[in-house]
Ligand binder design. Structure first.
Ligand SMILES: C[S@@+](CC[C@H](N)C(=O)[O-])C[C@H]1O[C@@H](n2cnc3c(N)ncnc32)[C@H](O)[C@@H]1O
Length: 266
């Protein structure tokens, strides 16, 4: 039984194909475009065999360095640009069991919703409600067991016109200066032994080239005295909007971002 969504997808695919055909006929050329277009084609998923994880005393045995789950859970809003998996945050909280959480870039409220479900006291804010996470004066005096941040991957997605927004910084240097303030403020907000989890992806564009933002994240965290306390968690980017686009250029697609967890000394 074919669903309405499948019918719409097939129709959308046919429309894209027709537009391409008309354009090709009228210009006599293959379609030349500078921007990526959305592919109307429905792809069948590719299944890969994951390595077997060793048995251990973890309270969340499913949580490994490969976060492959495609269900983000019902947290935040999937329509919000850069919305991330609430289930990943939930697994981290079930593992680390924080008593309170700071969530200074909450976006659509994914981390906030997980905290509500698990009844963890939290402080969830965003630039959209006037909280600039790069300004130390904004932070509460309270210290936190766990800080969750999912910052913009520089200008990959632009969140506002506000010059304080990390996604509006005009150069990589300007972004890294503000990113350093963010990481420093989060480290200061941690109590002894507290954890900072950062979800970040590398970024690439024609002007800047390949920017290893995950490497910069570690560099900045180490500079403010944090240490990495467990493996990187490679989160498979299920549902990323870029996965449905078609590009003219050739590149190796990045299909993940990385969650890095740092600890403050006791
Ligand atoms: C990747 S999104 C977070 C999305 C969130 N994880 C979710 O699932 O909805 C990054 C967020 O950082 C916020 N942001 C950017 N610069 C900021 C700043 N200086 N202070 C606080 N929030 C900022 C943006 O408004 C945006 O909501």
């Amino acid at each position: 039984m074919i669903s309405t969504k499948q019918i719409l997808d097939i129709q959308r695919g046919a429309v894209v194909a027709t537009i391409r055909r008309i354009h090709t006929q009228s210009t006599g050329n293959a379609v030349r475009r500078k921007w990526p277009v959305r592919s109307g084609r429905r792809e069948t998923p590719v299944y890969a065999k994951l390595p077997r994880a060793p048995k251990n005393a973890s309270p969340v045995p499913d949580l490994t360095s490969l976060y492959h789950k495609s269900d983000p859970g019902n947290y935040g809003s999937r329509r919000y640009p850069g919305n991330c998996s609430g289930n990943l945050i939930k697994d981290l909280f079930r593992y680390f069991r924080p008593r309170n959480v700071l969530d200074p870039m909450t976006g659509s409220g994914t981390c906030r919703d997980v905290c509500r479900e698990l009844r963890i006291p939290h402080f969830s804010v965003d630039l959209k409600c006037g909280f600039d996470a790069c300004d130390p004066a904004n932070y509460p005096a309270e210290k936190f067991d766990f800080v969750w941040i999912h910052p913009p991957y520089w200008r990959q997605k632009v969140y506002s016109q506000d010059p304080r927004d990390l996604s509006t910084t005009p150069t990589l240097d300007a972004f890294l200066k503000r990113y350093e303030l963010l990481v420093r403020n989060c480290a200061l907000a941690l109590g002894p032994g507290g954890r900072l989890a950062v979800l970040m992806g590398d970024y690439s564009d024609r002007d800047a080239g390949y920017v290893p933002l995950t490497w910069h994240t570690k560099r900045l965290a180490f500079e403010v005295g944090l240490r990495q306390c467990c493996t990187d968690i490679v989160r498979f980017s299920h549902g990323a909007s870029s996965s449905r686009k078609v590009y003219r250029s050739s590149f190796i697609p990045g299909l993940h971002d990385t969650c890095m967890i740092f600890a403050k000394n006791e």
